[in-house]
Design a protein around this ligand. Structure first.
Ligand SMILES: NC(=O)c1ccc[n+]([C@@H]2O[C@H](COP(=O)([O-])OP(=O)(O)OC[C@H]3O[C@@H](n4cnc5c(N)ncnc54)[C@H](OP(=O)(O)O)[C@@H]3O)[C@@H](O)[C@H]2O)c1
Length: 200
């Protein structure tokens, strides 16, 4: 499967490595453009291609891995979503100096993402741990859980299959509004690390 990645920093690269290992092709992008990604592409190898944000967003499944403060600027510039899946991996930090968190009131991060990407099937996942934490070794007979939340059953099934393909156990925690709130900063699943005993 072709997977588009918006953002080519810690999360974009870590997920690209795992997707490629699982046999997928990745189209990865950043704000500065494909010319700035040659070293990253060299590290990722032939199954990775540097593209524009617009090209990455054209894939059937797209990862949003940019800072929260860039989301409102980036999403409106992208092509119409027309039902493609947008995986929201963001956390709502306003900066990485004192890690202040955006005060959203009654709103939630993923619902804001969904409004900024009309017609995208938004699924939240990969945000609840530092990204390397998803891929640390686990005791034999266990797999690490990746929570996911979203409103579209088929989109969640596709994302669950992607999660499984990279060796994690998907755990559906509900709709984008309710489950997304549990997963975002301050929610009970934010920072929660869960191991599943295999075959149970
Ligand atoms: N780091 C983690 O372990 C972790 C774990 C879970 C979730 N998250 C969340 O995942 C997201 C990505 O985190 P990160 O640590 O990988 O890196 P980051 O520093 O939040 O993002 C950097 C990437 O985003 C691009 N970018 C910045 N502003 C942009 C804009 N306005 N439009 C398009 N692209 C833009 C940058 O492109 P240029 O380099 O060209 O500027 C760069 O590729 C964040 O929302 C973060 O909260 C991070």
């Amino acid at each position: 499967m072709n997977i588009g990645i918006l953002g080519a920093a810690t999360v974009g690269e870590a997920l690209a490595v795992e997707f490629i290992r699982a046999g997928h092709e990745v189209l990865i992008s950043n704000r500065r453009g494909p010319g700035s990604l040659s070293l990253l592409i060299h590290r990722l190898g032939p199954k990775a291609k540097a593209v524009t944000l617009e090209q990455a967003a054209g894939c059937p499944l797209v990862i949003l891995a940019i800072p929260w403060v860039g989301v409102k600027e980036a999403l409106p510039k992208l092509p119409k979503w027309e039902g493609r899946i947008l995986i929201d991996a963001t956390n709502t930090f306003l900066n990485y100096v004192d890690f202040a968190v955006d005060q959203l009131g009654e709103d939630s991060g993923s619902e804001i993402v969904a409004r900024l990407a009309p017609d995208a099937k938004v699924v939240k996942t990969f945000n609840t741990l530092p990204i390397s934490g998803f891929f640390n070794a686990v005791p034999e007979g266990h797999t690490r859980v990746a929570f996911l939340a979203g409103d579209d059953v088929q989109a969640k099934a596709s994302v669950a299959a992607l999660i499984k393909s990279i060796g994690l156990t998907p755990m559906d925690v509900g709709a984008l509004g309710s489950g997304g709130r549990l997963m975002q900063l301050g929610g009970v699943f934010s920072g929660a690390e869960l191991l599943k005993v295999n075959d149970r």
